[in-house]
Design a protein around this ligand. Structure first.
Ligand SMILES: CCCCCCCCCC/C=C\CCCC(=O)SCCNC(=O)CCNC(=O)[C@H](O)C(C)(C)COP(=O)(O)OP(=O)(O)OC[C@H]1O[C@@H](n2cnc3c(N)ncnc32)[C@H](O)[C@@H]1OP(=O)(O)O
Ligand SMILES: Cc1cc2nc3c(=O)[nH]c(=O)nc-3n(C[C@H](O)[C@H](O)[C@H](O)COP(=O)(O)OP(=O)(O)OC[C@H]3O[C@@H](n4cnc5c(N)ncnc54)[C@H](O)[C@@H]3O)c2cc1C
Length: 665
């Protein structure tokens, strides 16, 4: 392990004895190879050994402004360290922006995250070669710091409804940016409040008196020297949020603010000097930055879930409570089947989500390369799958993190448990980069279209042609995946039938769509789940795994796909043929039995499995989840840091409580 402590909780020690598989093999698998593991460890040592990056006091005790200042100090220090990073700049940046190593230093969000996660990708994806030459080096060298300003006070989802205008003036060859109302103010962009001095701004482009839709513009917001907002720019921070409080989300208004013509990012569409508009090959290419973030968010949410599961699993093996067998010692709470039922599905989910996210990442890279060559064929599949997995991983991830918190009882409710912060991050991902319900409906649109037109990308091939596979109960893993597939197809057909029913009643297509939303969302979710379980099953067929690792991963895979089936059993009832053939009843009886057996089979390996995530204590940042299991001492040490414990009697006693007590005499 990366940390060897002198103390090790005896229960955890026992859990770690006789591990039947090589933990390092799983670590390497998750890192993407032995070399990558070595590189990650070296990077962690480099960053986490720096005393200046450690918190003097827990963040919870700082004011909103002090929290921001402190995190900005550390974020800047991290950027200085980039230059000499043993892992190279790009891998280091990736590690520092996300929920892994970065979160060990910047616990409530990185004030520079948007610069790297959206501003630079937007320049790369939307800027011409010349524009990239002008801005990219400056951005990489941190001569300028940017964000991505799209959402407004009045509109986040419906991008066609954005109100900010950029009107071309051919006389001066400039665009005039304007916020025509309060609801037109940009509202939410991360790093916008105090950190960024530039932004890629999405605005409605007007030229020759015509609106050409939303387009990306490169806009300077603040003076590069003084950091004061430029004349015509109104800017500020939006205030405290449920989580991510040091991402300094901000607002931004434009008062007839002029920028040169060549600050329209013109890779896909152009405005010529005389104001002539040149259309893109596909109007959705300006949405590409969002697609990139949806892809990386799947990976990020999975890392956060791994943290939550590690904390809850280790704690559950240290915590002893109640009585299992009368007269016996209190058991580890992990020995209750009810606790295994809480924690083993999220443990399995971390593998399922990672494998699906890896698939999505590969698709993104292929599609992106093709798009660079002018081939847009993979774009619909990429859009459909990135929406599906972003929505699935974030919504299931947030639910699982909450279950992990609950599984730690009262101590899970402490801020120092780190659950509030982890939950704050994961639930944010349910909303940002496309609100999940809205994304489910985008997925449904793609599924309905594919099923009706009998053409679509790889992820939806199962919707094309006749259904293949067994029609009766088949207890193999393949059999159950087929059940998922039949459910997914069945739910799309149910949704289409619903749309057609409304059509026959004379409803307009948009009304029919609205009235079928419940079915459409169910179909989209079943599709996403099918993709995840197929990825899990298929990944185990290939790959160079040792027999013990394959065994434990197969158990997790089977547990997970049965768990989802039982959880979502209601959806099977929508598919009429399942009920007709009594498939549902038989399936449930067989599966429940197997699920319970799998809980017992995986239970002894739970700690070994989370150990193989190889998450350092600094990354877990929780007294409940530390490697040594010294939970109670660490909780006491955390309590000692409370400002209320710095004196035996707080001054407020004399000010308020004492007079009150006297008045009662
Ligand atoms: C490096 C590792 C680090 C990881 C760190 C991660 C952590 C990062 C921390 C950062 C924190 C926060 C960042 C958050 C940033 C933001 O939130 S930015 C703002 C994001 N906003 C949104 O996502 C808005 C959501 N809305 C939309 O996307 C669209 O408006 C919507 C798709 C809902 C609708 O758009 P319309 O224009 O109205 O389109 P439709 O009419 O519905 O569809 C028309 C056709 O277009 C296709 N389409 C739609 N979108 C895309 C797309 N992106 N790509 C390709 N195609 C698209 C759609 O399928 C329709 O096709 P059809 O006509 O059916 O063929
Ligand atoms: C932490 C955080 C960081 C963010 N960072 C950025 C950033 O850096 N840059 C940026 O530009 N933006 C950012 N955002 C904004 C974010 O992208 C939007 O909040 C998000 O896209 C949702 O849009 P909305 O707020 O308008 O929600 P709304 O669309 O108003 O959603 C409200 C409700 O209406 C429902 N709804 C809306 N439309 C439909 C529909 N067509 N069909 C059915 N139901 C519908 C939704 O499902 C939801 O239940 C951030 C948000 C958060 C929370």
């Amino acid at each position: 392990m990366s940390q060897k402590e002198t103390y090790e909780n005896p229960d955890l020690k026992k859990e770690r004895q006789n591990c039947p598989f090589n933990k390092e093999e799983i670590t390497n698998l998750l890192d993407g190879g032995k070399e990558k593991t070595a590189e990650r460890k070296q990077l962690e040592n480099y960053i986490l050994s720096d005393e200046q990056l450690k918190d003097a006091v827990p963040m919870e005790y700082l004011s909103h402004a002090d929290k921001y200042a402190e995190e900005l100090r550390k974020a800047c220090l991290l950027m200085h360290k980039l230059e000499n990073s043993p892992a190279g700049q790009v891998p280091t940046l990736r590690a520092l922006m996300g929920a892994g190593l970065g979160s060990a230093v910047l616990k409530e969000g990185n004030p520079l995250a948007l610069h790297y996660v959206m501003f630079i990708p937007a320049l790369m994806g939307q800027g011409t070669i010349d524009q990239q030459a002008k801005w990219l080096a400056k951005a990489y060298n941190l001569n300028i710091i940017g964000t991505y300003a799209q959402t407004e006070l009045g509109h986040g989802t419906f991008l066609r409804g954005l109100e900010t205008t950029a009107t071309y003036d051919p006389n001066t060859q400039e665009f005039v940016l304007e916020s025509p109302s309060l609801t037109a103010y940009k509202w939410w962009p991360g790093s916008l409040g105090k950190t960024a001095n530039y932004a890629v701004v999405m605005a409605q482009l007007y030229t020759k008196g015509k609106c050409e839709g939303t387009h990306p513009f490169m806009v300077q917001l603040r003076d590069e020297e003084t950091h004061e907002p430029l004349p015509g720019i109104v800017i500020g921070e939006i205030g405290p949020k449920l989580g991510m409080n040091t991402n300094d989300n901000g607002y931004l208004g434009f008062e007839k603010f002029r920028i040169p013509r060549d600050q329209l990012l013109m890779k896909h569409s152009q405005v010529l000097e005389d104001g002539t508009y040149v259309k893109p090959t596909n109007s959705k290419l300006s949405y590409a930055t969002m697609v990139f973030v949806r892809v990386v968010v799947c990976q990020d949410v999975t890392t956060n879930l791994r943290k939550a599961v590690t904390i809850a699993t280790r704690y559950s093996c240290v915590r002893r409570q109640s009585e299992l067998k009368p007269g016996d010692r209190e058991p580890q709470v992990m020995d209750y089947q009810a606790q295994q039922n809480k924690l083993l599905p999220p443990l399995a989910a971390t593998f399922a989500f990672q494998l699906a996210s890896d698939h999505l990442w590969n698709l993104y890279n292929t599609a992106n390369n093709n798009i660079e060559q002018g081939d847009l064929e993979l774009l619909p599949d990429l859009h459909g799958l990135s929406c599906a997995l972003k929505a699935l991983c974030s919504s299931e991830g947030a639910n699982f993190v909450e279950v992990c918190r609950q599984s730690c009882g009262g101590h899970g409710y402490m801020a120092c448990s780190n659950f509030p912060r982890i939950y704050g991050q994961v639930t944010a991902a349910e909303t940002y980069e496309g609100e999940n319900t809205v994304l489910w409906l985008q997925v449904a649109r793609y599924l309905v279209k594919t099923r009706k037109e009998q053409t679509g990308g790889l992820s939806v091939k199962y919707l094309i042609g006749e259904e293949k596979g067994p029609k009766t109960v088949d207890t193999t893993l393949e059999g159950i995946v087929h059940l998922y597939r039949r459910t997914a197809v069945g739910l799309v057909d149910v949704a289409i039938a619903e749309l057609e029913k409304s059509g026959r009643k004379g409803e307009a297509p948009h009304d029919a769509w609205n009235h079928a939303a419940v079915y459409l969302i169910k179909a989209a979710q079943a599709h996403a789940r099918l993709f995840v379980v197929e990825s899990f099953v298929n990944s185990l067929k290939v790959g160079n795994l040792s027999a013990p690792v394959r065994t434990v991963l197969s158990q997790l895979c089977e547990l997970f796909i049965i768990y989802w089936l039982l959880e979502r059993s209601g959806e099977l009832f929508f598919v009429r043929q399942f009920i007709k053939k009594r498939l549902v009843t038989v399936e449930f009886q067989v599966r429940t039995l197997l699920y319970v057996k799998l809980l017992a089979a995986i239970r002894p390996q739970a700690v070994n499995l989370v150990d193989s995530f190889d998450l350092r204590d600094e990354i877990l940042a929780s007294p409940l989840g530390c490697w040594d299991g010294n939970v109670y001492q660490r909780l006491f040490d955390e309590a000692a840091k409370s400002p209320l414990n710095q004196s035996s009697v707080h001054e407020s006693f004399h000010k308020y409580l004492k007079p009150l007590l006297k008045s009662n005499l």
